[in-house]
Design a protein around this ligand. Structure first.
Ligand code: C2O
Ligand code: CU
Length: 462
């Protein structure tokens, strides 16, 4: 075991595996098993039963190395229909894990197999794309470690941030959908946008609140690579390193020119890799995720030998900052798209109704129409947000580059999820090189469930 691999395991959450392999399911050589199962977590001293994606070893999620095959069987031990989507990987379309689009969901006691090159490498994640199961914490890290990260021998710490409510997601959604409730909660005032639809009871970092945060032992000096995942259903975060600075290495798993900061916006479904250098002063370094427009926060602590770990309050002194695109404008992809003119530009309006909680994303002004492309094209999506909420927009099966924000041209980051704030237009471009039918939607779970969802379809794919 290499030191970096060992330290990665130290940073991972483990849970006791409770299920034996279902009879009749033989494990092929090299194949990994992920079980959809229920598990118990402790939130503020109270036990919560939620879902999880766990290997037979008890490891949560999956870690592979660059160049590996993604050879996985998903076993559904839940009493409900489910499945997993590989967010940020670009597999053949039938293996994307989106029910009724890439294939059928997985019925209880059934399983499904996946086999494709684990590409692109980087910090990815997995989650159920079925109903509102993501809010029931059916999400986990999916890390494809870059060859350079492996060679560096640096310690890595993976953190999955989530939002938690004691209420079942169906009732949270019903509440939003109550006649007039939606209209009342929707702001009409451009100076006062809506930041949140839901009041959460807790935020979690690797399933734990700040009452009992994960404390990761690190060396006195040296560097730690944080792989931070916003796996929440409906909360944008700002990562706050406090007095310390970190260097941004990648966003959504894709490398960017290094950028130093102590605050990093992290919208729903996005990931950031940050390099933290331990200064040798023997201080513990908290890594906090602060909820947008909320005092509530979650986090972990990096602890050099002998460092005291102070108690961190569940709530910060001030609301978490509004998550916008100030930092996005500074990002430069280190592996951008090849220079090439756009063959097809597709206008997409992000829209919402004031008459109730409904959202939509008309393509070419047609609600419900897919975005249609042909193989080989350079495609541009022009997303114009006409609502008073920000929308983290995610395209499946492709990595896109951010090319323009409100008329300002950029050679921006490569991503799979971009936040489009209120009254903002964002252009992204990608190469249509993965034929099939792909989900394209807002990653706020409740916006997606209330209609902000469409597909990207290739002409004549077979
Ligand atoms: Cu994170 Cu449609 O997916
Ligand atoms: Cu949205």
């Amino acid at each position: 075991m290499t030191p970096s691999r060992r330290s990665l395991l130290l940073g991972a959450t483990t849970l006791a595996a409770a299920h034996a392999l279902a009879p009749g399911i033989a494990q092929a050589a090299g194949q990994r098993i992920l079980r959809l199962q229920t598990r118990q977590i402790d939130v503020g001293g109270r036990a919560a039963t939620r879902y999880g994606a766990v290997q037979p070893s008890g490891a949560v999620g999956l870690t592979l190395d660059e160049g590996d095959l993604f050879d996985v069987r998903v076993e559904n031990t839940l009493k409900v229909t489910s499945g997993l989507h590989w967010h940020g990987l670009n597999p053949p379309w039938q293996q994307d894990g989106v029910p009724y689009i890439s294939g059928p969901p997985i019925a209880p006691a059934q399983s499904a197999a996946y086999k494709f090159p684990a590409r692109p490498a980087g910090t990815r994640w997995m989650h159920s794309h079925f109903g509102l199961q993501e809010q029931d914490l059916l999400a986990a890290p999916l890390i494809v470690r870059e060859t350079e990260a492996i060679r560096s021998g640096r310690q890595e710490v993976v953190v999955l941030f989530e939002d938690f409510s004691w209420s079942p997601p169906e009732s949270l959604f019903e509440n939003l959908r109550r006649p007039m409730k939606g209209a009342m909660t929707m702001s009409m005032d451009p100076a006062n946008p809506d930041l949140n639809d839901i009041d959460y009871d807790a935020y979690l970092a690797n399933d734990r609140t700040l009452a009992d945060p994960q404390v990761v032992d690190v060396e006195r000096t040296g560097e730690v690579r944080l792989r931070l995942i916003n796996g929440s259903a409906s909360t944008n975060f700002t990562i706050d390193l406090g007095a310390d600075e970190g260097t941004l290495l990648s966003v959504d798993g894709n490398p960017v020119e290094p950028l130093k900061a102590s605050l990093f916006p992290l919208a729903i479904a996005q990931r950031i890799d940050i390099l933290v250098r331990l200064l040798g002063d023997g201080r513990a370094v908290p890594v906090l995720a602060r909820g947008e427009g909320r005092r509530l926060q979650a986090g972990i602590v990096l602890r050099p030998p002998g460092a005291a770990v102070a108690k961190i309050p569940l709530e910060g002194a001030t609301d978490g900052p509004v998550v916008g695109l100030k930092q996005e404008i500074l990002l430069r992809a280190t592996r951008p798209l090849a220079a090439k003119p756009v063959d097809r530009s597709i206008p997409v309006v992000l829209a919402g109704s004031m008459m109730g909680y409904t959202w939509s994303m008309p393509v070419h002004d047609m609600t419900g129409a897919p975005a249609t492309v042909a193989r080989g094209e350079r495609v541009e999506l022009v997303m114009r947000n006409e609502t008073m909420m920000a929308h983290p927009m995610h395209l499946h099966g492709h990595s896109f580059q951010v090319t323009e924000i409100n008329d300002r041209k950029l050679a921006g980051a490569m991503r799979d999820c971009i936040l489009v704030p209120p009254r903002t237009t964002v252009k992204v471009a990608f190469d249509a090189d993965n034929p099939g039918i792909w989900a394209y939607h807002c990653h706020n779970l409740y916006h997606m469930a209330a209609g902000m969802f469409t597909t990207l379809v290739y002409r004549d794919f077979a």
